[in-house]
Design a protein around this ligand. Structure first.
Ligand code: 13P
Length: 260
């Protein structure tokens, strides 16, 4: 049984007062409701402590958006996994397409970050996904498999702690163009098969694979109905309290009704 995970990636949005207001808005809509899905919030670094305080009375999870693999040192502008753990993070998004494409992170870098993340006892949310060009050239599965190998291929089954994978097709991020449930399911099933081959059937059946890319209240249900979609990484729509709360509620309901 995989507990659904619905996480909001706030990217470079939200000052501390805005973050406080957003969390309070989400809480006022979700508190007291029976939600089985895990809720994650990934604010920018400057608002992590604010959000940690605001969610202290919930079972929600604080998520970092990125970190560097070294523990400390002369790495101007970087944040370590230890620092994220100390402020209360339990998970860290790694290899997001914006990190790969805007900041030039390679598969090898993502792999080093995943190793450091696990050593700190934090759960990496490893993002993979193809560009539009790659999809149109029929390279989707190849690209995603290469990214999986780079991020997770260095891990031993017995040594690896828990990790989460997020399939985020680059062409669906921030564009309003969501992958169809069939497109998402096809890739997510391949990811699960890769986990089975590379690790074990047990790992494949218990690892959560999220979908990300223009998730909204209107499409979360059909996505969550797919057998290999275990939750969502939500960008733009997570900046709106009502919209994000609806995504959590709808996603949770669809998962329960689907026997997930
Ligand atoms: P959007 O939901 O804005 O498309 O962003 C998705 C994403 O990148 C989540 O990590």
């Amino acid at each position: 049984m995989r507990v659904p995970l619905i996480a909001g990636n706030w990217k470079m949005h939200m000052t501390r007062p805005e973050a406080r207001e957003l969390v309070r808005g989400i809480k006022s809509r979700l508190m007291g409701k029976e939600i089985r899905a895990q809720v994650g919030l990934a604010p920018p670094f400057t608002a992590l402590e604010t959000v940690a305080n605001e969610i202290a009375d919930t079972n929600w999870i604080l998520v970092g958006q990125n970190a560097f693999w070294e523990e400390k040192g002369a790495f101007t502008g970087e944040i370590s996994f230890g620092m994220l753990a100390e402020v209360g993070c339990k998970m860290v998004i790694l290899g997001h397409s914006e990190r790969r494409h805007i900041f030039g992170e390679s598969d090898q870098w993502v792999g080093k970050k995943v190793q450091a993340c696990l050593q700190w006892g934090l759960v990496p949310i490893v993002c993979v996904g193809e560009t539009l060009d790659e999809r149109e050239s029929g390279l989707t599965l190849k690209v995603v498999e290469r990214q999986l190998e780079g991020a997770l291929g260095g891990l031993e089954e017995n040594a690896a702690g828990e990790f989460v994978i997020a399939y985020e097709p680059v062409w669906a991020i921030g564009t309003g163009r969501t992958a169809t449930p069939e497109q998402a399911q096809e890739v997510q099933a391949m990811v699960r098969d890769w986990l089975r081959r590379r690790f074990s059937p047990m790992r494949a059946s218990r690892t959560r694979i999220l979908y990300g890319g223009s998730v909204k209240p209107e499409n979360i249900r059909e996505l969550m109905e797919c057998p290999d979609i275990d939750g969502a990484l939500v960008g733009g729509a997570s900046l709106d309290a009502l919209g994000f709360a609806k995504i959590v509620e709808e996603g949770d309901r669809a998962a329960r009704e689907g026997g997930k």
